[in-house]
Design a protein around this ligand. Structure first.
Ligand SMILES: Nc1ncnc2c1ncn2[C@@H]1O[C@H](COP(=O)(O)OP(=O)(O)OP(=O)(O)O)[C@@H](O)[C@H]1O
Ligand SMILES: [Mg+2]
Length: 402
């Protein structure tokens, strides 16, 4: 019984508290350990009852839910706060995230939505509370692998996220992800993370930045994956300069074996500094004429920057022959072969994006996942662990990898 998720319900309306108690009563994994009518009472009870999750209404007389979340973040750091609000309080919710709230529920919600959110917040809290010691890797700096394309929507973010997870899971090494799509980066969304700090906060500390300080700006996805998230708002991107990201990557090389960088679909100062600092640039293409034309130009520009041919690798995404251009034609036009080809799988990919679970985790047997794992294996040949594959995949992998 003691391993149930313990919840403290905070709402000034008695009927709401009763309804929530009733919904939680249907779960065998969650239990209510207390109720509070005000934020002040909630803070006192959080300290004495030690709940795993404080489920709190945002609007209460006296101290509101956001201020209470701020206090809880420092005075009861062991419990995660899940905020309840009504529609139209989006700006309020953004402030809540900054205040340390881990997730939110928009009223009215179903019992299922409530239970799922409680479990999600609890599991994320467990992951975050695990402290991973920094690895000293000065003697063996990590590799920077940048996912780039001058064409938007080709799947850079999708590839970056799944590649990072595949590398971390299969090598057991520490992997960093840097979201260098500074205006519209959505890696955090793809991983269902709510970062409390982003690269925009980090630049204020850039002069003092070292391994330990950098660590405090990263968001943990699991034991060995850390994200440096993109700014919350596009206008904050202006504060991040090329030299800042170059410094971040240099420091990250000391603490992560692999660093995956996601980029916007264009060249700019920041992107160029990231490309310069990269060991490998995965240029993403697709089988349609505008993308091929665009990627060709992209490769030409990078050629003029004197990047080596080993550094520039082509990845084909959404591969499907329906558009009339086939792989040999594309390779001939680009004068380079693809290092990997990911199939077009709208169902698996869209579901994974919408749920915030990378498909290499949610659908490990799908072809698109196998191809990403294969690419990760090519990149991390030295660290690859020949772990037993999940059941049913062995044959497929053998066929794929020869
Ligand atoms: N292999 C695939 N099969 C089907 N759909 C895919 C595949 N890869 C990506 N997508 C879909 O394509 C869309 C664009 O993907 P993604 O956001 O990764 O592209 P991007 O290159 O990062 O875009 P942007 O340039 O806007 O940053 C998403 O809706 C994603 O779900
Ligand atoms: Mg993207």
């Amino acid at each position: 019984m003691t391993d149930k998720i313990k919840v403290l319900i905070v709402d000034d309306i008695k009927e709401t508290r009763e309804n929530i108690c009733c919904l939680i009563g249907f779960s065998s994994e969650i239990m209510v350990v207390g109720e509070a009518e005000t934020a002040e009472d909630a803070i006192a009870k959080a300290k004495s009852l030690n709940p795993d999750v404080v489920l709190m209404d945002v609007n209460m007389p006296g101290m509101d839910g956001i201020s209470a979340a701020e206090v809880l973040a420092t005075e009861a750091p062991g419990c995660a706060t899940l905020i309840m609000s009504v529609q139209g309080e989006q700006e309020y919710l953004r402030r809540a995230m900054v205040a340390g709230v881990k997730d939110y529920l928009v009223k009215p919600f179903t019992g299922d939505e409530l239970l799922q959110a409680l479990k999600r917040v609890y599991e994320n809290q467990i992951i975050r509370s695990k402290v991973i010691p920094l690895k000293a890797k000065e003697d063996e700096p990590g590799k920077v692998i940048t996912v780039f394309s001058t064409k938007g929507g080709v799947g850079k973010t999708t590839l970056a996220v799944n590649l990072a997870v595949a590398l971390a899971n299969r090598t057991g090494e520490r992997v960093g992800i840097v979201d260098a799509d500074l205006q519209f980066g959505d890696i955090a969304l793809a991983l269902n993370l709510m970062p409390l700090t982003t690269v925009a906060d980090l630049v204020r500390d850039i002069d003092n930045l070292d391994k330990t300080l950098l660590e405090s700006y990263l968001t943990a996805y699991n034991d060995n994956i850390r994200l440096l998230a993109a700014p919350v708002r596009p206008e904050q991107a202006e504060t991040v300069e090329a030299a800042h990201l170059a410094k971040v990557l240099n420091i990250m090389r000391m603490t992560c074996k692999y660093i995956i960088v996601d980029t916007p679909p264009s060249f700019n100062e920041v992107v160029l500094s990231v490309l310069d600092a990269s060991d490998v640039v995965l240029v993403v293409a697709a089988l349609d004429l505008p993308t091929i034309k665009n990627v060709k130009l992209c490769l030409e520009v990078m050629g003029s920057l004197n990047y080596s041919t080993e550094k520039l690798q082509l990845v084909l995404n959404k591969a499907s022959s329906e558009g009339g251009i086939d792989v040999p034609e594309a390779e001939e036009s680009l004068r380079q072969s693809f290092i990997a080809a990911l199939p077009n799988d709208g169902k698996v990919v869209a579901t994974s994006v919408n749920r915030g679970v990378p498909f290499v985790i949610s659908n490990p047997e799908a072809q698109v996942s196998l191809r990403v794992v294969n690419l990760a294996r090519t990149i991390a040949a030295d660290d690859w662990q020949s772990r037993e594959e999940p059941r049913g995949v062995v044959g497929k992998l053998r066929r794929l990898w020869g």
